[in-house]
Each structure stands twice: as structure tokens, then as C-alpha cells.
Write a protein that binds this ligand. Structure first.
Ligand SMILES: [Zn+2]
Length: 461
């Protein structure tokens, strides 16, 4: 995983909104925000925004509340769900889910700490430090009570320093640039207005792309692969505006949350709902849970039903419009706009929004006022099977809140499997079952916590 590589995100300080295209609608020049690669920034919706607001106000106090603001999140690498948060044109900090405590943790950036200090109208204390030269990384001892929190801003020799309280001293994390930030009110509506040209442009490009593929394969019937998620919702809308009648299919793996199946059903009979004929529980007892590195569920629950459907309904082949995006994952980064399905030979897939960012997708949905899956409002940033091994533990926490019965049922199945295979409950609770071969950092975590893993059990034998 690439962690140190960075991306650039643009913001208009005049309008206090993100800039999605080349320029803001107001014509002002934008500021650049450095964020982690690949920079698939998204809009934070209702429940997640409230959660972030609660965490921030708990840490900084109620004056720091950010609920009325546009909050953007950028996913980056970490033990589990980890997002950089962008508010008022500043990358204010990193919110991560700690798999051990099952709590969210917020760590501010230098500018973020300065931003919150200013919002709370806190006075920055001046301390005459006996330090010179390059200050970043230096350590000093001082009065224990200089900081109210773990992080803070102090002033020394005219410089603003972002420091962290440690057991017996302070560490200078960074020198803060005293740049103004925009404190103007903002709203999603304003963001959409100011980015209208960009949204219209990518919409028209996607339509042109799709039309050209339909013309390339004039004999082929066209359908949309619908997952109930945001990306395929957008391609469904685009496909329906290009073609009058378009077939739609959705694969019900049997592990969808009720919100997703209800949402898909609301589209009525135009959606073919495909179901698997394989027996998941029988496979599970033979193979154990599917893992990130052995996703046997995918063939049985998804690919087989698609294969059967396409073969039956489109024996001469078909053109499928999919919502795949390159930025969504590292494995998708090299996808082509047109692909033959290696598992379903007569199916050609086209991806009209391959180059879109998550924020383009959400903005399009809001601009067009499309009805979307309610799971997004409940805090999910992706929708799919609730037992998916690719799901982060931060998201499994959401499943446990939204659908406690299904969560419990799946956990119990995992616990039973763990007991039979000499794994502890912790092995399940930390989400270690999601790998056949644990990545290095997870292996280290298991060793630190004295938890049996596949390889430690092998050694004991
Ligand atoms: Zn502007």
C-alpha cells in the first residue's frame, strides 16, 4: 500500500467550497490542500457528520462544533477505517477507528489544531523556549499544565508551534503557518452551484462515452449492473437518459442489509433480482469464512448468478454498464473503460464513470436529486454484503448498530468456527478472520496481544 504518496485537493476560499473541476464557478483562484493518495474525497453524510461533530466537540468543547459545515473525508491506509477530514478548506486531522478499543480516535494536524484553537477563541500561550534552528521534531520540558489537551499550539520567538504532550515532556510536531482560513458559512447547495459546470461536463462526457460504446456494439442488448450503491445509481441514471429502456440486474447475495434490498425493490419490476443457488452455510463449514485473500464467496454468491442470468437472458451476449471507478481501490486503478468479463465471456462491461471521484458521484446524486440508499445517511461510505471480509471493522460497528440481529448471527457463526479451530473470540472481534495470511501489521498486533493465528498454531504443532 502506498502511504506517503500525496494528492492535491482544491478549495475556493471566496466561496468556502471544494473545487471539483478546473476552477470555481466564481472565477477566483483556488487554494491547494495536500491529502493522501489516491485522494478519493467524499462528502460526509448525516450520521457520520454527527459522529465527527460529537468527537470534535468532546475533545475541543462545544464552540468547536462543525456539524453545520461541509465535511469531506479522504480514506487512507491504516489498521482500519482511517479518514482525513477536510473542513473550511483545511485538512484538520485524521479520524481512525481503533480495532482494540472499538472507538474512534481523532488526531489533529497542525493547521487543524490551530483552526480549532481559533474557533474556540483560545489564547495561544507564549513560552520562551531555549531552542533554535530546525524546530520540528525537537523535545522540551515545560510546565505540565500548559496544554489542556494532548495536542496544542504555543508561541515561541514569534513562531506558532504545534506540540504534543508526552509522559514527561513535549514534542514539537510542526511549525504552524499562520494562514487565514475561511470561516464563511457554506452549504452543499452552494458547493453544487459553484461546481455546476464541472458536474455538467462530466455528465456529458459519461453520456458520450456510453453512446459510443452502444454504437460500437449495435446488436448487443444493454443492461446495468446495479449494486444498490452510489456508483451504480449514477450509471443507471446516465444509462436511462441515453437509452429509453434499459435492463437492470441486482445480485442479492443473501447478505444484504434490509435497507439495500428495500431500496432496490423501490425501483420496481425493471430490476431483475438474481439469487444464488449455492448453500453458503455448507460451503462455510467446509471452507471456513471467506477472506480478503480467498474470496470464495464472490464466485458462489455473485459471479455464478450473473453467469446464469446472462447466459439465459442474453445468449448472444450483452453490453453491461457498470459503476466501477479507478480511485475506489488499488486493484481497480488500472481498469480499462471497456472490459470483457473473464468469468462471463459474452458480457462486455463499460464504465462511464471510471475516472470520477467519490465526491463527483455524491455531488451528481445530490444535483439530480436521485433517491439513494439510506445506508449512506446512516454513516456507511460503501454498501455491500454485511459479512464481506473486505469490510473494515469501523463499518462492521455500523452494521452492529443498524442491524444488530444480522450482526449477531454472523458473529456467532464466526465464533463457532473459531472455537473449532483454536482461535479466540478476540481473533474474531479484532477482525483477524478476514485474512487467511495476516498482513505484517496485523500479525504484530496478534503477537502483542498474545492471540493465536494461523501461523502461530502451525508452529505449536
Ligand atoms: Zn468560488
Amino acid at each position: 500500500m502506498v502511504i506517503n504518496k500525496s494528492s492535491i485537493f482544491k478549495w475556493c476560499n471566496e466561496c468556502n467550497v471544494p473545487v471539483l473541476g478546473k476552477k470555481c464557478g466564481c472565477g477566483s483562484s483556488e487554494i491547494l490542500i495536500k491529502i493522501s493518495y489516491p485522494g478519493d474525497v467524499r462528502i460526509v453524510f448525516e450520521a457520520e457528520s454527527k459522529n465527527i461533530d460529537d468527537i470534535i466537540s468532546k475533545y475541543y468543547g462545544s464552540e468547536a462544533r462543525v456539524k453545520s459545515k461541509i465535511i469531506l473525508a479522504n480514506k487512507r491506509g491504516g489498521y482500519d477505517k482511517t479518514n482525513e477530514l477536510i473542513i473550511d478548506g483545511i485538512m484538520v486531522g485524521v479520524l481512525s477507528f481503533d480495532i482494540v478499543s472499538r472507538q474512534h480516535k481523532f488526531v489533529p494536524t497542525a493547521r487543524g489544531e490551530f483552526y480549532f484553537t481559533k474557533r474556540m477563541k483560545e489564547r495561544v500561550k507564549e513560552i520562551p523556549l531555549p531552542l533554535s534552528g530546525f524546530l520540528k521534531g525537537k523535545v522540551f520540558k515545560w510546565d505540565k499544565n500548559i496544554l489542556k489537551r494532548d495536542y496544542g499550539i504555543v508561541k515561541s520567538a514569534g513562531k506558532l508551534l504545534f506540540i504534543r504532550k508526552r509522559e514527561s515532556d513535549y514534542k514539537i510536531i510542526d511549525v504552524v503557518l499562520n494562514k487565514e482560513y475561511c470561516s464563511k458559512e457554506n452549504s452543499i447547495k452552494k458547493m453544487l452551484d459553484m461546481n455546476m459546470n464541472h458536474l455538467k461536463k462530466i455528465e456529458s462526457e459519461a453520456k458520450i462515452m456510453l453512446r459510443s460504446h452502444i454504437q460500437k456494439y449495435p446488436e448487443m442488448p444493454v443492461n446495468v449492473a446495479f449494486s444498490g450503491g452510489k456508483d451504480s445509481l449514477v450509471v443507471l441514471d446516465i444509462a436511462e437518459s441515453v437509452l429509453k429502456n434499459v435492463d437492470v440486474y441486482f445480485v442479492d447475495t443473501g447478505f444484504e442489509l434490509a435497507q439495500t434490498t428495500e431500496f432496490v425493490k423501490s425501483f420496481g419490476s425493471k430490476v431483475d433480482i438474481l439469487k444464488t443457488s449455492s448453500d453458503f452455510l455448507a460451503d462455510f463449514s467446509k471452507l471456513g469464512p471467506p477472506t480478503k485473500d480467498n474470496r470464495w464467496c464472490s464466485k458462489r454468491l455473485k459471479l455464478d448468478p450473473i453467469f446464469n442470468h446472462i447466459k439465459k437472458k442474453y445468449p448472444e451476449g450483452c453490453l453491461t454498464v457498470g459503476g466501477k471507478r479507478a480511485l475506489e481501490s488499488f486493484s481497480r486503478a488500472k481498469s480499462m473503460p471497456e472490459e470483457k468479463n473473464p468469468f462471463v465471456p459474452c458480457q462486455i462491461s463499460v464504465y462511464p464513470i471510471l475516472k470520477w471521484k467519490a465526491i463527483d458521484v455524491f455531488s451528481y446524486i445530490l444535483m439530480k436529486k436521485l433517491k439513494y440508499n439510506p445506508l449512506y445517511d446512516l454513516g456507511f461510505d460503501r454498501v455491500g454484503c454485511y459479512m464481506c471480509p473486505a469490510q473494515l471493522e469501523g463499518d462492521s460497528l455500523l452494521v452492529s448498530k443498524v442491524s444488530p440481529e444480522l450482526f449477531k448471527e454472523w458473529r456467532n457463526l464466526l465464533y463457532k468456527w473459531a472455537e473449532k479451530n483454536n482461535f479466540s473470540k478476540k481473533y474474531i472481534n479484532l477482525g483477524l478472520w478476514r485474512w487467511k495470511e495476516l498482513p505484517k501489521k496485523m500479525k504484530e498486533l496478534a503477537t502483542d496481544m498474545n492471540i493465536n493465528t494461523v501461523s502461530s498454531l502451525k508452529k505449536k504443532k
